[in-house]
Design a protein. Structure first.
Length: 198
């Protein structure tokens, strides 16, 4: 199994897992919303009863939104077949930003819901690992963008060399002779390089 096949298999597995997480987030949103509405209808909408449901609602929103973007990323990765695309880099950066900011937003909502009941520092933990992971995603997005640009430049270079080889074979022969004469490359290396342009 080559690396691209492994990449596609892992992307499919992660796509299924991210869809499941997104659905669970939607379930939490619906469940907590229904429970809030029931409490309001029953006239029992006390803050102490509503606050945990608001926290659950915020957690569901974080899961649903985060895994929506994760699902979108894996769907596009499978569609394009390679991770090195400008769109992929942009999506990874979005994942990084929302991995950092969505938990903070959920914490703020929970802190407001529990204000006067509990300390904001005890209602919802924000993991430092989420912050580090978010920054790691942002760094990876720049790596993917850089790799994409390098691949595109290499592709344009290959096209230029193919054109020269087809229309100006004497230039290619002269270049090969000069490279061999000054010892820059060996004949075997030249033969290997030429396979790329056949």
């Amino acid at each position: 199994m080559n690396n691209l096949t492994k990449l596609k298999l892992l992307a499919r597995i992660m796509l299924v897992a991210s869809i499941a997480a997104m659905v669970f987030g939607l379930y939490l949103i619906v469940k907590s919303t229904v429970e809030i509405v029931e409490l309001v209808h029953a006239g029992e909408a006390q803050r102490a009863l509503i606050a945990p449901l608001v926290t659950e609602l915020a957690e569901g929103l974080v899961l649903a939104v985060h895994y929506f973007f994760v699902t979108k990323f894996f769907m596009h990765s499978l569609k394009h077949g390679v991770p090195f695309t400008h769109e992929g880099a942009k999506e990874i950066k979005i994942l990084g930003l929302e991995t950092i900011f969505l938990p903070i937003l959920a914490w703020a909502v929970s802190a407001i819901a529990y204000s006067g009941i509990k300390s904001p520092w005890t209602v919802l933990e924000i993991s430092i690992y989420e912050m580090v992971l978010g920054f790691a995603f942002i760094i990876v997005s720049y790596v993917v963008e850089y790799g994409t640009e390098k691949i595109e430049r290499g592709h344009r270079g290959h096209q230029a060399i193919r054109y020269i080889k087809e229309h100006y074979p004497a230039v290619i022969d002269e270049t090969k002779a000069a490279l061999l004469a000054d010892g820059t490359v060996t004949e075997e290396e030249l033969r290997d390089a030429e396979k790329w342009y056949e």
